[in-house]
Design a protein around this ligand. Sequence first.
Ligand SMILES: Cc1ncc(COP(=O)(O)O)c(C=O)c1O
Length: 412
Amino acid sequence: MTTQPPPHPDHIFDGELIAESLDRLANSYRPRTQPVPESPSLMLPDSLPETGIGDSAALDTLAPTVLDASAQLHHPGYFAHMDPPTPAITWAASLWQVATNQNLLHPDAAPAARSLTEQVVNWLAPSFGMSGGHFVPGSTIANLTALWAARQLKQVSRIAASEKSHLSIRKSAEILGLKYIALPTNSRHEMDISGLTQLDRTALVLTAGTVATGVIDPLIRPDDAAWVHVDAAWSGPLRLTDRFTHCLDGIETADSVGFSAHKWLYQPKGSALVLFRNSDAAHDALSYGGSYLATPNIGLLGSTPAAAVPLAAMLLSWGRTGLGQRIESDMTKADQLAGLIESDPRFLLWGPNQTGVVVWRPVDAAASDVRNRLENGWVSLTEVDGQTWFRSVAANPSADPSYLFNQVSAAL
Ligand SMILES: Cc1ncc(COP(=O)(O)O)c(C=O)c1O
């Protein structure tokens, strides 16, 4: 019997190195005494080093940039972008994902990860009335993939979407060679499709949670629309809650739905789903064979990471109810912040909290000036109807609305 040769030293299990990296991470998680400068200085050499410095020294070199100078998404003041802090269960599972490095493109390079991924899609798709779909790196790619399917299956010649839709819809139209029509919105930023006729060659995009104000378009499918896609990049996970699932009623009539797991499903970046009502037909339309492939390659990506692994771990750990409660708790934080704003005459609230996006501004000061005076970027800025507003997105379960509100008040 031949004995199995050991792996290359770079690829042995090195628990000490991982422990070292975890110590560094733990340190960076402690409350900071200094705010991170806007442009932290890189500790990296100016050019590619000729000679390596070794694993530990590499971590030492990177830690001040990667860990200590990063935005702390879990900070109680962080109520800014659609970027959640990731729960520890996703770090643990991501380590497994990266260490095993399965490639969904090849069944033999991902014998179990392909089925696991399909299972996670099957857990989620029915809540949206969809039959299946696949993982993509973000909603930008989800939108492009869905509209590509619309072009292949229904020969659509144009894409119509709200003027408040995400720029990825315009990008998709350009890439796919389709005409783009921007539809007007009402004063609440909801799309008005009354002027649109002859939808038999049109892919209509409904936005569930606009990027600027979090508003949901009426999720109503016109009878004659060739294809309806719902861009639920941010608010899609509301469908998995008990209290807010109704906000997305009508989504099940769409032909395709996209949402980003790296937004309100608290996943590491690079995790989103595109789902189809008839996923067999959509996948067939987006399927390519190749001499080096054992099974056809579906969708835009070639090599594909098993982003479902950290998501599966989190969903198993929390269950649908636990996930829903966390999202509902984020919504409560958004309501609390909106309440504080409404009760203080120094601030103006743009509109009610619909999907955890609170848009507000100081009455007597420029929002951008006030934000610049905050020690950290704890609110994001958004242009609404020609004016700059704060945008506070409830993506951080550790956010403290009172803390943030007091900090912003002090910066007036
Ligand atoms: C409505 C909407 N669609 C699409 C996107 C793009 O998503 P991603 O950043 O995951 O590509 C965003 C991002 O904020 C969004 O808000």
